[in-house]
Design a protein around this ligand. Structure first.
Ligand code: IMP
Ligand code: MG
Length: 178
């Protein structure tokens, strides 16, 4: 995009190493049995694909679509379900997989939606966490990296639908106003 520049925060290699560690931790934590991995679209698509392959137990994969952003850099506060699960989660261990937890509004809403369906357990795995920005409480059991309050793109994360296919996670920097 014109007028912006990208600074690498986590390289593709660092991301992959951390995801392998998270997969091993998840395998160690859960009792035997299948895990219901729910990808929150669209930002978590690459993270989920790599995390699910870093988990060795059986997994069921499903997708939920949510939109809480306009085209900007902070949440609109209104969460909308744009795609529901294809599978039932009653009695299953659900792992919600999210790209980044920012205000917490999205996950706070989604955890409630899932809880109403009576799963055995619900946990969250997020690649990135911006704890300074939290408005709603969310327990994130598996965090890839904690980051300061900066806007990041790449590895699934977008700004106005751009940059999702970058292999690294980058800070999107704008030049100071002239
Ligand atoms: P929350 O509801 O405020 O926690 O927002 C979570 C969603 O906001 C994430 O799934 C992202 O889609 C988006 N988001 C939050 N921070 C960033 C960022 O730094 N870059 C790109 N998207 C972000
Ligand atoms: Mg998202």
């Amino acid at each position: 995009m014109p007028g912006t520049s990208l600074r690498i925060l986590f390289s593709a290699q660092q991301i992959q190493k951390r995801i392998q560690e998270m997969g091993a931790q998840i395998d160690a934590d859960y009792p035997d049995g299948s895990l219901h991995v729910v990808c929150i679209l669209k930002g978590a698509c690459f993270f989920m694909a790599d995390l699910a392959r870093a988990i060795e137990r059986d997994v069921v994969i499903d997708f939920m679509g949510i939109s809480s952003y306009g085209g900007g850099k902070s949440t609109s506060g209104a969460v909308q379900l744009t795609k529901d699960l294809d599978t039932t989660v009653e009695g299953t261990d659900v792992l919600l997989v999210e790209d980044i937890v920012d205000s917490g509004v999205t996950l706070n809403y989604l955890i409630n939606v899932i809880q109403q369906r009576k799963p055995r357990s619900v946990r969250v795995a997020a690649l990135l966490d911006k704890p300074d920005r939290r408005q709603r409480p969310v327990k994130v059991t598996y965090v890839g990296f904690q980051i300061p309050d900066e806007f990041v793109v790449g590895f699934g994360l977008d700004y106005a639908e751009q940059y999702r296919n970058l292999r690294d996670i980058c800070v999107l920097e704008e030049p100071p106003a002239a």
